[in-house]
Design a protein around this ligand. Sequence first.
Ligand SMILES: [Mg+2]
Length: 396
Amino acid sequence: VFVPTEASVLHADLDSFYASVEQRDDPSLLGRPVIVGPGVVLAASYEAKACGVYSGMGANKARRLCPDAAVVPCRMEAYSEASKAVFEIFEDTAPVVEALSIDEAFLDVRGMEHFAGTPPEIAARLRRRVRAEVGLPISVGVAPTKFLAKVASAVAKPDGLLVVPPGRELEFLHPLPVERLSGVGPKTAARLHDAGLSTVRQVAELPETQLVDMLGRAVGRQLHALAHNRDPRRVQVRRRRRSIGAQHALGRRSRSPEAIDATLVALVDRVTGRLRKARRVARTVVLRLRFADFERATRSRTLGEPTDRTPTVLAAARALLDAAQPTIEERGITLIGVALSNLEDAGGRGQLVLDDRTATLDSTLDELRERFGTEAITRAVLLDRDEAPVMPRLPD
Ligand SMILES: [Mg+2]
């Protein structure tokens, strides 16, 4: 078992990433509340957050809370480019970089003292470089464990550095609200509050069995371990995987909208299954089409909250397909593809959903598929129809 003895894990996380890129590229937005939208709030600058705006919020509510905010469209290419530049600095800073999402990573800086300085010195230099070379604010937490480094960077925000030295972990952790524990989403937080638990210290004082009774085995055990700062995970090299996708050639024969939809359902089913297997969540749904005249089109939609849910991704994909329907009718369609991009770690948002029926259905289907093969499982949407459509066979 790995027992950390020094604070050598860095968690580096860009502040309000999309909104910061917008403020960097348009100086008239500096110091102003900025909302990246439209539709749902994809990111809010700190000035907008101060009015109570948060990502995932509906645009109307956000405008009501913050009428002075500049609402700007999402520019995914600009964010991807900035992310790439920041990850190059991460790779330059530490031999072991574990990407968590487009704007966030763990870095292990053990044993670099004699040539690169202490972990806090390395962290300070990293922040200066990201500011000077990419023009963005980034917060860094330094701690003996990954979990604590992530908590520290969140507490350090905005544009801060926070070091938790070994031996003082619980002193830092215990006064914090329970929401800081990863795995505590709104539902779990509500249950803890109902039980009179609002700080990490109060959770730490409970026996594990009591937390398991209250929250179920997985979450109960996880919270008990985290409240005592038991996190044996090492930083592991992981490159940022850019997307998970699948496509299906339809041939030149014309297809009914129902048949195209059935193909879309099967593709979404497949990519979301792979997403969950990789324990990731995605924010952007991409629809790729090839028409009978060999022209291609790519449409994408970025969601307010990252998800691994099949119905959520399907709804976005269907909206994109609907918008393309006139072109499809006019030109004919020969290939359809679905990709999920802007991926994050499923644990990264601290959302362990406890009793969500869709989540249960999705994972049950995944399990059945694992045991009996893809062909055995067909979603109800495919069976509901009069003419039983065939589950398309998709190339691996
Ligand atoms: Mg961030």
